[in-house]
Unconditional design. Structure first.
Length: 250
């Protein structure tokens, strides 16, 4: 990966911005710092202003694991800018599909709630129900590796079967045929006729975009893990403001 602020990184960004380019961001760990509880993440007025300034020049979207309704409440941005539930909740989600996903998620929630209730070792793990997906948070457990192992074993027994994606002290539980973030970016490009996309994210679910290795998607990873498939990186989340300012200056 190349530092986004290097000469090469700036040149790569400028080349994408010269075309009709979508700029898309993850939310938690990207536009806002990771917090112990999702409700404590604050979308600052400074970052919101930069998002709106970028939107004056380019199409901008936030593609997050949060529900679309939660994103709308947290950001106070127009709904058309927001894609929720790791790519599932977008203009492409039919109402019939939403109903089907909600039934699946409700069944998983019941099974997992019962499991946590009878498992004393996981008392600090909790489930976030986002209607068309779940997130199991375990940041406050005493043995996170063992907790992750136990949860994965339980997820393999869910009825109906689910897809799960690991995150930072969280496991995301998703419908097997649900749209992921990479597919969401492609759908946005196709639906609105944009040529390219710059996507910025920090977590495992964002690798669904980076791993596409599409020539018309430039991935920017928050942090420097050797395993990321992104082309560019920001060394830490606190550099997102400077990065957005760089996009405006190019």
């Amino acid at each position: 990966m190349t530092d986004a602020f290097s000469i090469q990184g700036r040149n790569d960004l400028a080349a994408f911005l010269r075309s009709s380019c979508l700029i898309a961001f993850d939310y938690d760990g990207t536009l806002v710092p990771i917090t112990k509880h999702p409700d404590k993440a604050i979308f600052s007025s400074e970052i919101k202003e930069l998002v709106l300034r970028l939107r004056d020049r380019y199409p901008v979207s936030i593609v997050s694991g949060r529900s679309r309704a939660d994103l709308e409440m947290k950001t106070q941005l127009p709904l058309e800018m927001l894609i929720g539930n790791h790519g599932i909740e977008g203009p492409w989600l039919e109402n019939s599909q939403r109903i089907e996903y909600k039934i699946q998620v409700s069944a998983w929630h019941k099974q997992l709630t019962q499991y946590l209730a009878r498992s004393g070792d996981l008392e600090n793990a909790w489930i976030e129900n986002k209607e068309v997906s779940l997130s199991i948070h375990y940041r406050d457990v005493s043995e996170p590796r063992q907790t992750q192992k136990l949860l994965i074993e339980q997820l393999s027994q869910l009825i109906p079967q689910a897809r799960y994606v690991l995150g930072k002290s969280v496991i995301n539980v998703l419908p097997q045929d649900g749209c992921h973030k990479g597919q969401a970016i492609h759908l946005l490009l196709r639906q609105f006729g944009w040529a390219n996309a710059i996507f910025v994210g920090d977590d495992v679910t964002d690798e669904d975009v980076f791993l596409l290795r599409s020539p018309n998607i430039l991935g920017v990873h928050i942090g420097m893990p050797h395993t990321s498939a992104a082309q560019l990186y920001l060394s830490r989340q606190s550099k997102i403001k400077a990065f957005m300012e760089l996009l405006l200056a190019l």
